[in-house]
Design a protein around this ligand. Structure first.
Ligand code: NAD
Ligand code: SF4
Length: 442
């Protein structure tokens, strides 16, 4: 069994309550941090741990923290990005639901490290149960003296507030989230300046994902060096993976980074193989914002080695820049799934969620959706396939925020790896309609 750092106690009855969390070692990291460590000590441990942002970008957390500006007379903020909306990603919701105090403890310890007296957890608006759970956990922590003034006699004052979002995917982009938190429409800002220099109310701000902040607790408890012993290379520690699609055992798993993709899909410890005895066709390994890969490429690298669940292995041989581990939204497609239909579905999502600020994204996502729709519904032309590639190239790299790239990559990668299926939709529209809808209404 792989080592668990975040979900070790997840099956303990009542672990969502303060008392049970405490009985199982909860708030030990907070006591250690506030009584025996300086802010710089904690930042140093996080740097040593090699922890990378678990929201999707994989940016080194300790480095991000050390970029935080410290101008005289200005507040600093920690904002937890709990606006989890990436299709196929549901691990933050799981963590907040079942072990909310891990996040609350991580928020207080991280805020102490950053010198932030106020922090916010910006939760996706649809997650009302989680909002209530977090509010209860915060009230319990406060009643126990872990929040408020002069926590544990350390001189550190801190308050955590939960802020519901409005349900727009773009508010998960950190600068759009900050705009929304300030009460404005959630439009992304141009970076730089990065939030670490000018974020919430123009003050230095660290925006971290739920899982990233939770991981600070075991790092402080056990040390950064211990955390870094788990994983491989620059992919240290453990990662929560939301597994869905045609799997025998979909769910949230905590893996040690470095497990092979094959083991993750087929072993009984994790997903238990493809459902109904079908064959694997393709995988989106990190939420819909990363390229789709066919089964042969997701299981083996170009050298024939096992592909690993690490930032590096999943980027190698990939379609675009960046990592495909992303947010850990692992979606498996079996041999019966239609790649054209799935690509259209993703495009529809991005078109709907584009904030409309930049024309390549606003117009391009709409074009891609329309062209994919006609391909899927039997009215496409062969030239549409290259048109899609062309539109995706015109979006990629030409937008304010990563939503543009996120919309372009699934389309470009699907055509790159499954062009024959797109062509089949054009040359056999009736069969394609029958296959996908079970009726001949072409
Ligand atoms: P990014 O690479 O632009 O930034 C990563 C982080 O590092 C940010 O916090 C940024 O402020 C910081 N940073 C980078 N360079 C910096 C510098 N020079 N100085 C200070 N700070 C610096 O990526 P991003 O826009 O934060 O995230 C994109 C990712 O989000 C995508 O890869 C996607 O996988 C993921 N995503 C996740 C969800 C979800 O629900 N979890 C939803 C949408 C997208
Ligand atoms: Fe808005 Fe899209 Fe531009 Fe991002 S890329 S700012 S979502 S229009």
């Amino acid at each position: 069994m792989g080592r668990k750092l975040l979900l070790e106690h997840i099956n303990v009855p009542g672990i969502n309550t303060f008392d049970v969390y405490r009985q199982n070692g909860g708030y030990r990291a907070l006591e250690k941090a506030l009584k025996t460590m300086s802010s710089d000590d904690i930042v140093e441990e996080v740097k040593k741990s090699g922890l990378r942002g678990r929201g999707g970008a994989g940016f080194p957390t300790g480095m991000k923290w050390s970029f935080l500006a410290k101008p005289e007379g200005k507040a600093r903020y920690l904002v937890c990005n709990a606006d989890e909306s990436e299709p196929g990603t549901f691990k933050d919701r799981y963590l907040m639901t079942y072990i909310p105090h891990l996040l609350v403890e991580g928020m207080i310890v991280s805020s102490f490290a950053l010198g932030a007296n106020t922090s916010y957890i910006y939760v996706r608006g649809e997650m009302m149960p989680q909002i209530r759970i977090l509010e209860k956990a915060i009230a319990e922590a406060k009643a126990a003296g872990f929040l408020g003034k002069n926590i544990l006699g350390s001189g550190f004052d801190h308050e955590v507030y939960v802020q519901p979002g409005g349900g727009a995917y773009i508010c998960g982009e950190e600068t759009a989230l900050i705009e929304s938190l300030e009460g404005k429409r959630g439009n992304p800002r141009i970076k730089p300046p990065f939030p670490a220099i000018s974020g919430l109310y123009n003050c230095p701000t660290v925006v971290n994902n739920v899982e990233t902040i939770a991981a600070v607790v075991p790092i402080v408890n056990d040390s950064g060096d211990e955390y870094a012993k788990l994983g491989i290379g620059r992919s240290t520690g453990t990662k929560l993976i939301s597994a869905s699609g045609n799997l025998n055992k979909p769910g949230v798993y905590e893996i040690e980074l470095g497990v092979s993709v094959e083991e993750f899909i087929y072993s009984d410890e994790y997903c238990g193989g493809i459902a109904n005895g079908k064959r694997l066709k393709a995988v989106v390994a990190g939420g819909s914002s990363v390229p789709i890969l066919p089964a042969n490429l997701i299981l083996k690298t170009a050298n024939g080695e096992n592909r690993l669940m690490t930032y590096e292995s999943l980027a190698e041989g990939g379609f675009a820049t960046g990592t495909m581990l992303g947010s850990g939204g692992f979606v498996a497609f079996d041999e019966d799934q239609c790649i054209v239909r799935n690509t259209w579905n993703f495009s529809r999502f991005y078109h709907h969620e584009s904030c409309g600020q930049c024309s390549p994204c606003r117009e391009g996502t709409g074009w891609m959706e329309k062209v994919l729709h006609r391909l899927e519904y039997g009215h496409g032309k062969l030239s549409d396939i290259d048109l899609l590639v062309d539109v995706s190239k015109k979006i990629e790299g030409n937008t304010i925020c990563p939503l543009g790239d996120a919309a372009a990559w699934p389309v470009a990668s699907a055509i790159r790896h499954f062009r024959d299926e797109f062509e089949w939709h054009v040359t056999n529209p009736k069969e394609a309609m029958e296959r996908n809808f079970g009726l001949a209404h072409y």
